[in-house]
Design a protein around this ligand. Structure first.
Ligand code: TRP
Length: 462
């Protein structure tokens, strides 16, 4: 009989959920800038090569392990290997840590959506910098918007795999795409947009000559976060995929879709930031999203707040479809554990408890306001950076490194391949996969780990 845990109802639904997980804040505020600052079109080529040799491989690895065991991040490793069991626990912990700041940023976007609605009806909320400073230093408001974001996320995950996540993503992702196109048209038709296009796309080999390793590890780290790899998200989503579907096909489509959206996000934000953001416009991170772009919408005149509203709504959708995948990692863990004990876990209760746990952790990050409120900060990092350091900087690269060693040397390629070949599918990339998972991915992951530590200022060797 079919899997009792529930399944995606169609491959399309699965794809929208998985692409939804991948497409998030990382695409919008990380990729366009990193591409521009690290060689433009040349960076894109490096990024694509990394996707083929590392991204596709780890994606296929995670999806297949999850579907093989029919379990989430922790359950999968518990079922397969005593030695590697704790990779799953790192993944679970990463889900809490990433959500602790992702939900705060999602909450800020909700605030900005309302700011633009207010402006649309004749209000004027001040410059991007004014609004942002007021928001991050207002602890009550920051926590409140974080909770609103979590509430939306929680309700969708409570609905289950097909009834909640798939239903939402199947509609939200196409809508997001259309909204993105509308914003791109506005952005590209502004006077001065061409400079932004040049920043993003003109090939520039200078960064390659100066610091090729730095460019490589930047591209690798970005790819990893953007594809939701390294902490069991794709293991979890794979565990709900029907045995009929081709894993190889899905592992190719998800990275391609994610990269296309990242480039489109660049077309939406960078030309506009160049055209209207002013000379000191920040092109990356929270400042891009919450200061530069708000100023851009202000400078567009009467119609500006409409595009502002559309844009922040689009970012909220992208963030929600990513957040649900992270919360699902936690929900699936508890559901699997109940099942292992012979009970049927209650998804609704579990999701609420997981969300409350995240809200508690996120309250610290929200109250800290990127370090603006003068709270005590660990190791000199603001709380957001601290949570990001442990998850994205340390545990995720280690998790993916160990996963590749596990598949390559403990489980073995033949055993792994059985899952790919189920239902008459051929493992077309078998020898390529074998080479990559045994040698290329471990080296790349080690390297990405070092690059991450360097970017957090922990080491200085690359
Ligand atoms: N990929 C998402 C983004 O680009 C974030 C995300 C969702 C994520 N799930 C993840 C990152 C799992 C790492 C691991 O914003």
């Amino acid at each position: 009989m079919e899997n009792k845990r529930g399944l995606w109802t169609s491959n399309y639904g699965f794809l929208m959920a998985a692409v939804g997980s991948a497409v998030g804040l990382g695409n919008i505020w990380g990729f366009p800038y990193k591409m521009g600052a690290n060689g433009g079109f040349a960076f894109l080529l490096v990024y694509l090569v990394l996707i083929i040799f590392v991204g596709f491989i780890v994606m296929l690895g995670e999806l297949a392990l999850g579907r093989k065991t029919g379990k989430g991040a922790v359950g999968t490793y518990v079922a397969l290997s005593k030695k590697f069991k704790w990779i799953g626990w790192m993944g679970l912990l990463s889900a809490f840590l990433i959500m602790s700041f992702y939900s705060v940023l999602g909450g800020y976007c909700i605030k900005y959506m309302f700011v633009n609605i207010g402006n649309l009806f004749g209000g004027h909320a001040g410059t991007g910098a004014d609004i942002f400073t007021a928001l991050i230093t207002n602890q009550g408001a920051s926590i409140l918007f974080t909770f609103v974001f979590m509430l939306i996320t929680c309700v969708i995950v409570m609905g289950g795999i097909s009834g909640g996540i798939e239903k939402f993503s199947a509609v939200a992702m196409p809508v997001l795409f259309v909204m993105l196109i509308v914003v791109i048209i506005r952005s590209l038709t502004l006077d001065g947009a061409v400079e932004g296009l040049k920043f993003m796309f003109v090939p520039n080999f200078a960064p390659f000559k100066e610091n090729f390793l730095g460019v490589l590890s930047t591209a690798g780290g970005q790819m990893f976060f953007s594809l939701s790899l390294g902490m069991g998200c794709m293991i979890t989503y794979g565990s709900y995929l029907s045995k009929k579907e081709s894993l190889e096909k899905n592992a190719i489509i998800i990275p391609i879709a994610d990269t296309i959206v990242a480039i489109l996000a660049g077309l939406a934000v960078i030309p506009a930031a160049y055209a209207l953001g002013g000379t000191d416009a920040a092109l990356a991170g929270p400042k891009l999203l919450f200061i530069t772009l708000q100023n851009v919408f202000d400078a567009m005149g009467a119609i500006g707040p409409f595009f502002g509203f559309l844009f922040y709504l689009l970012v909220i959708i992208a963030a929600v479809t990513s957040a649900i995948s992270l919360v699902e990692v936690i929900a699936t863990f508890f559901l699997d554990r109940a099942e292992a004990k012979g009970r049927k876990g209650n998804r609704k209760t579990i999701t609420i408890i997981a969300s409350v746990g995240i809200m508690i952790l996120a309250s610290i990050v929200a109250a800290d306001g990127l370090g603006a409120t003068g709270m005590w900060q660990p190791l000199g990092f603001c709380w957001l950076e601290f949570m990001d350091l442990w998850s994205e900087g340390i545990m995720m690269p280690i998790g993916a490194l160990l996963m590749s060693l596990f598949i390559g040397y403990e489980l073995g390629i033949d055993k792994f391949g059985e899952e790919i070949e189920i239902g008459g599918n051929k493992f077309k990339s078998k020898s390529f996969f074998s080479l990559c998972i045994k040698i290329i991915v471990p080296i790349a992951m080690l390297f990405i780990l070092l690059g991450q530590l360097q970017s957090f200022g922990i080491i200085n060797i690359l």
